[in-house]
Structures are given as C-alpha cells and as structure tokens.
Design a protein around this ligand. Structure first.
Ligand SMILES: NC(=O)c1ccc[n+]([C@@H]2O[C@H](COP(=O)([O-])OP(=O)(O)OC[C@H]3O[C@@H](n4cnc5c(N)ncnc54)[C@H](OP(=O)(O)O)[C@@H]3O)[C@@H](O)[C@H]2O)c1
Length: 287
C-alpha cells in the first residue's frame, strides 16, 4: 500500500483500520480479518476498551512487529504529565507490546469546565515527548484538535498527526488546511460518516458514474485530499470493498464538488462543546 511520511519520519499506510466497537461481538476476529484483508495500521484507544483484543489479534496474525502499526490514545481522564505516562504503560500492557507506533491525545479538553485546559494539554504533551524519547511510542499526535488547540503546542514538538471527524459533508477544511501548512497528517475518523451520507444525491450520482459504492467514494475523496481514512467494519466483504478506494482516482472537478456539499452528516461531537444528540444530525456546529 502507498504511504504517507509523517513529519517525524515514520511512514504510515494511506488507509488504516478503525476499531471503535469493532470487537464488541466477535472479539479479535474483525481485527484479524482486517489484517488478512491487507490492513496494516490499526487504530484503537484506551477509551475503546479493546486494546487486549487488538493485541491478541495482532499476535494471532503471525506478522512480525515491523509489519504492522498500532495507534492508541490518551483518554480525557488520563490527561496530565504523570497520568499520561501511566496511561501509556497501561495501554502497552493491554496491547502486549513494547511500543506503539502512534500515540495521540484523544481530545484537547478532557473537562470542558477546566479554565486551565491549555496547561493540561501542554503537560500531557510533555509526557508524549518523553514517551517518544523512551522509545515507548514512535510518533506522537493529537485528535479532535482545531487550529486554536494546536496553537497551544507552539514551541513544543510538532504533532505528527491530527485525527478529526472528516467525511463528505463535514470535512473540516479549515483544520485540514492548517494541518497541511504545518506538515501535520490529518487522519479521518468516521470517514464514512457511519452511513449518514449514504443517500446524498451528489455522492449517489458520482458513485454511479465511477462504478463504485458511496463508501468507496467517501474514502477516495479523503485520499485525494491527502488525508488518511480509518474506516471501521466488522464485515469481511466490506473490508475488501473499502480497500477498493485505492483502485481508482477522482477527477479534480468532482473532488471540488464534494468539497462544496452543503454541511451534513456531522456526528454531533465538537471539542469545545457538550455532545449534541439527535437522529440524522445534518448541521455542523457554528465555528
Ligand atoms: N479520535 C476520535 O475521537 C474518534 C472518534 C470516532 C471514531 N474514531 C476512529 O475512527 C474509526 C472509524 O470511525 P467510525 O467507526 O465512527 O465510523 P465509520 O468508519 O465512518 O463507519 C463505520 C460504520 O459504517 C459501516 N460500514 C463500514 N464499511 C461499510 C461499507 N463498505 N458499506 C456499508 N457500511 C459500512 C460499519 O458497519 P459494520 O461494522 O457493520 O460493517 C459501521 O457501522 C473508529 O473505529 C475509530 O478507530 C476516532
């Protein structure tokens, strides 16, 4: 698979596998199936409570440690220097690994009422830098950081990655653009918008024209933008289908049309607000 090179030099595949809720029903099986289907980058988090299953699947795969990459994350309740160091050790133990390839701060503000959240982020980031020095993590990054969160890290080591909600209808171009200028790789969570954009007329018509499915089109759009999607599925056929995004390209004008889609498909999650719940949320938050 083609790769992106992170600012710190680590090469990662252009497409990864997301594991949130992937192990709920069948334990390690979906992760093992993803490895069999050719995925080599597995995204987990302490919050997903599946690091044991992910680690077990990777061991069962029989692949040498150098043949796959694992990313995990510091949860909201694990922020702070000492906490983050301990969190990494816990994650490594659960995964059964000596190091993870990519370690991320999951959300910039663990506690929305904390007036000193910037200091908490900086303390956590110092722990990330330390973990990298210790060889426990190979690359460090963040998740759900908008430009004003990223700016809190100015003067410190630059994050390699920012993992944000990113899909047609809510691709967060301002953050993507900021990251591009800073040399930070954007990873897309919910790259398929968990199906919320499936009936979109433009996506439907483009998918028919290219002879692909809407999920493949969503993933291809992100790849055309230089973003690394992390689709999750527990179905073997869909693992293959999603890989199919690597087998075609989109014309520039079609990418531009997808960029312009009226906002839709937002999850309801925003790093500076309480989550908004509702069926088929179609409007993103005010920026
Ligand atoms: N950093 C963060 O804050 C954050 C937040 C959310 C997610 N994530 C990461 O991003 C990953 C992906 O995001 P996500 O799981 O929210 O959403 P997603 O990948 O956009 O969508 C997953 C959903 O789409 C279905 N699906 C997958 N491929 C499909 C296909 N080809 N056709 C039809 N349906 C398909 C899956 O169902 P089946 O499993 O039944 O196939 C599942 O219900 C997560 O697993 C996690 O690793 C990170």
């Amino acid at each position: 698979m083609e790769t992106y090179t992170l600012a710190g030099g680590l090469m990662v595949p252009v497409l990864g596998y997301g594991t949130y809720k992937a192990t709920l029903e069948n334990g390690e099986e979906p992760v093992l199936a993803a490895i069999k289907a050719g995925y080599r980058y597995v995204d987990t988090a302490s919050f997903y409570q599946n690091e044991e299953a992910v680690g077990a699947a990777l061991r069962q795969s029989g692949l040498p440690r150098t043949a796959y990459q694992v990313a995990t994350k510091v949860w909201k309740t694990e922020m702070g220097y000492e906490n983050a160091l301990a969190a990494c050790d816990r994650s490594l133990k659960k995964l059964g690994l000596d190091f993870v390839d990519v370690y991320l701060i999951h959300w910039p503000r663990g506690d929305l009422s904390d007036p000193h959240w910037q200091e908490t982020v900086q303390d956590t980031w110092r722990a990330m830098e330390q973990l990298k020095k210790q060889g426990k993590v190979r690359a460090i990054g963040v998740s759900n950081f908008l430009p004003h969160h990223l700016q809190v890290l100015n003067g410190m080591e630059k994050p390699d990655v920012d993992q944000i909600e990113c899909h047609p209808g809510y691709w967060q171009p301002q953050t993507v653009d900021y990251c591009r200028k800073q040399g930070i790789l954007v990873q897309a969570w919910s790259p398929l918008a968990r199906g919320r954009v499936n009936g979109h007329p433009l996506l439907t018509s483009l998918s028919q024209r290219y002879g692909v499915t809407v999920p493949q089109l969503c993933l291809r759009f992100l790849l055309e933008e230089g973003i690394m999607p992390l689709p999750k599925t527990t179905h073997a056929a869909r693992l293959e289908e999603n890989m199919g995004a690597l087998t075609f390209t989109l014309q520039k004008e079609d990418v531009q049309q997808i960029e312009q889609i009226t906002p839709c498909g937002w999850s309801g999650e925003h790093p500076d607000r309480e989550r908004v719940y509702g069926d088929g949320l179609m409007s993103p938050p005010l920026t």
